[in-house]
Design a protein around this ligand. Structure first.
Ligand SMILES: NC(=O)c1ccc[n+]([C@@H]2O[C@H](COP(=O)([O-])OP(=O)(O)OC[C@H]3O[C@@H](n4cnc5c(N)ncnc54)[C@H](O)[C@@H]3O)[C@@H](O)[C@H]2O)c1
Ligand SMILES: Cc1cc2c(cc1C)N(C[C@H](O)[C@H](O)[C@H](O)COP(=O)(O)O)c1[nH]c(=O)[nH]c(=O)c1N2
Length: 170
């Protein structure tokens, strides 16, 4: 006699909306990621930034391949991760929107260190980096970055993005 075959119901696929709703409750630091080099200067707002390894000191940045800045980051070898303070919400909106590149950079003061990528003067912290590897994953490229230099402020509160809005410390 044939044994009855139990067919488990297929789990419903996780939709894009469900994914984004879920991700929206992961609180994150807000960064302006900048580059300069043969392809020119560019910058964008990124929350998809995290620590990778302390040997060598490295972090990762996820960059959407459809972003207007993508080709520039693809052609340049260096970037700087500028982590924003609570006072820099407007800068996050500027670098996260459809704003001309000159207008983005004109709104703040910048300097350079080892890599030559623009370093935001009033950032909470700056990570000056060399892009050491690029991995395509879905819609994004994961940029693995070796940290060449760090510049850190003595004090200040970090800007936090949570549930699709900015949070201020209480
Ligand atoms: N990792 C990213 O690429 C990323 C992260 C945050 C915001 N954004 C951009 O900012 C817009 C507004 O974001 P929101 O937080 O107000 O609302 P949202 O509903 O579009 O996104 C909610 C959360 O989903 C994640 N997310 C959004 N777009 C993503 C993408 N293309 N790939 C991977 N993860 C993504 C982020 O964690 C985000 O905070 C988004 O539509 C997107 O264009 C992109
Ligand atoms: C709070 C927040 C956080 C992120 C973003 C936006 C905002 C507002 N954006 C989108 C990115 O900043 C945006 O695509 C560009 O700055 C503007 O896009 P265009 O220059 O018009 O393509 C973004 N993009 C990306 O590739 N990786 C990321 O981690 C994030 N994170």
């Amino acid at each position: 006699m044939l044994a009855a075959k139990i067919v488990e119901p297929m789990p419903a696929p996780v939709t894009k909306d469900a994914f984004r709703n879920a991700m929206s409750v992961l609180a994150s630091a807000v960064n302006v990621v900048t580059t300069d080099g043969p392809a020119g200067r560019a910058g964008f707002t990124a929350t998809a930034v995290c620590s990778v390894s302390d040997e060598p000191p490295s972090l990762l940045v996820c960059l959407n391949r459809s972003a207007s800045v993508y080709d520039i980051f693809q052609a340049n070898d260096h970037l700087c991760v500028n982590t924003l303070t609570c006072e820099q919400q407007a800068l996050s909106n500027l670098f996260g929107g459809k704003t001309a590149m000159e207008e983005r950079f004109a709104s703040a003061d910048w300097s350079t260190d080892v890599s030559g990528a623009p370093m935001l003067d009033d950032a909470l912290i700056n990570f000056d980096c060399r892009i050491s590897n690029r991995v395509a994953a879905g819609s994004h490229d994961i940029l693995i970055c070796e940290i060449l230099a760090i510049r850190q402020r003595d004090s200040g509160d970090g800007l936090v993005y949570f549930q699709r809005r900015y949070c201020q410390p209480v």
